[in-house]
Design a protein around this ligand. Structure first.
Ligand SMILES: Cc1cc2nc3c(=O)[nH]c(=O)nc-3n(C[C@H](O)[C@H](O)[C@H](O)COP(=O)(O)OP(=O)(O)OC[C@H]3O[C@@H](n4cnc5c(N)ncnc54)[C@H](O)[C@@H]3O)c2cc1C
Length: 261
């Protein structure tokens, strides 16, 4: 173990990489030691750079029962870590803090209730983890399933990454509906889906789906602007703050110059 890294860390081997666009990709990491976590948590990933280990948190896409840890990452031009991470592929290693973190889905979507999941681009990660888990629950376990509406916003359709999987789950999981929405439809004349930012289309679907105070929870993940907008909308619908849970990926107003997020 290098001097910079102590036993709070373990090594993880990148065993697969998938590129969705030039700046969005996923990796699957095999941790050397077991890495137990709950759906909705994040891990802290680091790489050694000169005299330090540079770390950032990443929500885990994989379900807790998968052997590998999957991450969905956006390259931030000029960012400290992602330009280095973007160069890593299969067979290369990263450092992982041994303990997962995060309380985002600490109150997992309860069965028989109505839940709104709202994500921007990579913010779909914790929801994907939970939905994978839900899909693997055998139908013979019976009981009521949670009713879940997942709205995912992006500028363009190729940023959804997990769209095919989410659409598949939409057909497979009773009570689950996936709605991707793009904010730059003029770039994509072939797009037949929803348009507008995620927070702008909430209103259209929330009534139909039964998102209401006392009925379930709203979970918002990713872009700080979407979170602020989504929270305001949920409050206007009468949801108390304890029914609105948030995972914000970066501070409001801190996008790098030139970012179209
Ligand atoms: C709990 C949590 C979970 C996260 N999960 C994910 C995840 O699953 N996938 C993922 O890609 N990122 C995720 N992030 C963001 C991630 O931790 C890093 O901030 C991001 O990868 C940028 O790192 P960097 O070192 O390259 O940029 P930095 O040098 O840290 O940041 C450069 C600038 O970019 C801003 N910034 C950071 N992220 C974004 C973004 N996506 N869009 C626009 N501006 C941004 C920062 O505020 C800063 O001003 C998560 C953050 C948190 C707090």
């Amino acid at each position: 173990m290098p001097v910079l890294v102590d036993d709070r860390y373990q090594q993880g081997l990148i065993v697969a990489r998938r590129d969705f666009t030039k700046d969005l990709w996923s990796i699957r990491i095999r941790p050397l030691d077991p890495f137990p976590f709950r759906a909705g948590q994040y891990l802290t990933l680091g790489i050694e750079l000169e005299d330090r280990v540079l770390e950032r948190p990443y929500s885990i896409v994989s379900a807790p029962d998968e052997p590998e840890l999957e991450l969905f990452i956006e390259l931030i031009p000029g960012g400290a870590l992602t330009p280095h991470l973007h160069r890593l592929g299969e067979g290369q290693s990263v450092w992982l803090r041994r303990r997962p973190k995060g309380l985002f889905l600490r109150q997992p979507p309860a069965s028989g209730r109505v839940h709104l999941f709202c994500a921007t681009v990579t913010g779909v990660a914790p929801f994907a983890s939970f939905l994978r888990l839900l899909a693997r629950r055998s139908p013979s376990e019976g009981g009521a399933v949670p009713k879940i509406l997942l709205l995912q916003g992006a500028s363009h359709a190729d940023e959804f990454g997990y769209r095919e999987e989410m659409e598949g789950l939409g057909r497979e999981l009773p009570g689950f509906r996936y709605v991707p929405t793009i904010s730059r439809p003029w770039d994509e004349p072939g797009w037949g889906g929803e348009v507008g930012r995620a927070e702008d289309v909430i209103r259209k679907y929330a009534d139909d789906f039964g998102v209401a105070p006392g009925q379930g929870m709203a979970y918002l993940c990713g872009h700080p602007g979407m979170i602020a907008g989504g929270r305001a909308l949920m409050r206007r619908r009468g949801l108390p703050d304890k029914e609105i849970l948030e995972e914000q990926y970066w501070p409001e107003g801190k996008e790098p110059t030139g970012s179209d997020n």
